[in-house]
Design a protein around this ligand. Structure first.
Ligand SMILES: Cc1cc2nc3c(=O)[nH]c(=O)nc-3n(C[C@H](O)[C@H](O)[C@H](O)COP(=O)(O)OP(=O)(O)OC[C@H]3O[C@@H](n4cnc5c(N)ncnc54)[C@H](O)[C@@H]3O)c2cc1C
Length: 444
């Protein structure tokens, strides 16, 4: 691939709808479908019915309704991760986050199967599930991430499920965290342990911290929110830090002052939000669940609620299939997302190594459409066209009545070019009219 053109965008409910039900972009798909010759009966199996997998299955059928598309997931429906921090602050319910697969089967003719996939027999082109085996001509794998709970001493999957939730895969842990926040004593401490790169949703931990701070301002005004971080910066950091500053009185960190001070408001002494960067000793060293402490290089943080976002890698099934390399993620050909390890297998979304593309739903959605098209073209014996990638991110610094993002950034980047274009800003309706600086972002 010669160049990647990327824009980052925060993706809300519309993504679920575009992937799983309605079809914004359908007119594009219909036009493309007309240009593609049919490849009758080819069997495409898709493992993982999250953002990447569900989108790929839908677009395969839109491009060629004669394809035999089987979409397999271990869960009966999809609980969307994007927007799930809003469940913690009560702005949405679990029902709001839950997306059914019905439209995929009823409207698009995708065969939806519930099974847990455990392996692959690449020689026989067969996917191995706990309940059955699935033969394919082409296989798409979009299984998301595995959270490495044991990556922080003292932390574990059991603790995450019972006492110190992560919630970075949306579901029961997200609800547990919401319940813990509500039950936190007045003046308590909420500690968010941010993850190392690379991780799913680069601006997400900081958005979560902002939303919790906003919630506490109303319900627990003397509570303290501490983000302890093994990094010194993050995607959308400049706009997010300014959002924190203007909304919560956050003090701009020393290394951002030269760039941001002219846009910032004076820090407020009653600011309850603190960000401990790696250089200040923010790297987490251990969790003690009985003492409810996080030990960092800077010292020990005693907290009432601890939210750990641990290191992560591609989901276990990607490793079981032999698709990952030593990084723990899956190398792919960026033109088609075909695995560079096993032919005729395509890896999408957070599990893939997509260079500058962040691990976002927007990326997974774009990759899925491009891969679906590449597969249909190849089956039809046509040349595969050069894709153009795009992604844009919004990260909320607060929940607004109008649902407007208060911190946003988008960027373009050419992977082959050494320079990165400054971001163009999008809407920031709730911030004062002073201009914000252009943001540059790096993919997590
Ligand atoms: C708090 C939070 C906020 C976010 N906000 C945004 C946002 O605003 N915008 C944005 O673009 N992105 C956002 N993201 C990121 C986005 O949700 C992910 O990047 C996206 O879901 C990745 O898609 P995927 O297909 O790779 O994985 P997923 O969507 O996680 O799908 C993986 C699927 O594979 C299934 N699966 C896994 N293993 C197996 C197996 N062995 N057998 C069968 N099925 C299996 C899972 O059940 C799941 O359904 C956010 C993430 C979080 C955590």
């Amino acid at each position: 691939m010669k160049a990647i053109n990327i824009q980052r965008r925060r993706l809300m409910t519309s993504l679920a709808l575009s992937a799983l039900a309605a079809a914004p972009g359908a007119s594009w798909a219909q036009t493309a479908a007309k240009a593609l010759a049919p490849a009758r009966g080819a069997r495409i199996v898709v493992v993982g019915a999250g953002v990447g997998g569900a989108t790929a299955a839908k677009y395969l059928k839109l491009f060629n309704k004669n394809l035999d598309v089987t979409l397999i997931d271990r869960n009966p429906n999809f609980i969307r991760h994007y927007g799930s921090s809003e469940l913690i602050t009560g702005a949405v319910t679990m029902e709001d986050l839950t997306v059914s697969y019905d439209a995929l089967s009823d409207r698009y003719g995708v065969r939806v199967v519930r099974d847990t996939i455990v392996g692959l027999d690449a020689d026989r082109r067969t996917v191995i599930g706990e309940k059955g085996r699935y033969a394919y001509d082409k296989l798409i794998v979009s299984p998301g991430i595995e959270l490495l709970y044991e990556g922080i001493p003292g932390y574990s999957a059991e603790l995450a499920a019972t006492k110190i939730p992560s919630g970075w895969i949306a579901g029961p842990q997200t609800q547990l965290l919401a319940d813990q926040l509500k039950a936190m004593p007045q003046g308590g401490t909420f500690c968010l342990v941010a993850p190392p790169n690379p991780y799913r949703c680069p601006p997400g931990p900081y958005e979560r911290a902002a939303l919790v701070t906003e919630w506490c301002a109303k319900h627990n005004p003397t509570a303290k929110i501490i983000v302890t971080d093994p990094k010194n910066n993050f995607v959308t950091d400049e706009t997010m830090l300014l959002g924190w500053n203007r909304l919560y009185g956050f003090s701009i960190p020393a290394d951002y002052k030269a760039r941001l001070d002219k846009y910032a408001s004076p820090a407020r002494p009653d600011c309850r939000l603190e960000w401990v960067q790696e250089k200040q000793g923010g790297r987490p060293l251990a969790i003690d669940a009985s003492a409810m402490t996080v030990t960092t290089e800077a010292g020990v943080i005693k907290a009432d609620v601890i939210n750990v976002i641990p290191p992560m890698r591609a989901a276990n099934v990607a490793l079981a299939m032999g698709l990952a390399d030593k990084t723990g993620f899956c190398p792919i050909d960026r033109r088609t997302f075909e695995s560079t390890i096993i032919p005729d297998v395509y890896v999408l979304g957070d599990a893939s190594i997509a260079d500058a593309m962040p691990k976002s739903g927007f990326s997974a959605n774009t990759q899925a459409k491009t891969t679906a098209r590449a597969i249909v073209e190849e089956l039809a014996g046509r040349e595969i066209t050069e894709p153009v990638w795009s992604n844009t991110c919004y990260a909320r610094a607060r929940t607004t009545a109008s649902s407007s993002p208060t911190s946003s950034a988008s960027w373009t980047e050419r992977s082959a070019a050494p320079t990165r274009a400054p971001a163009t800003s999008t809407s920031r309706p709730s911030l004062p009219s002073r201009p914000l600086p252009p943001s540059t972002c790096t993919a997590g």
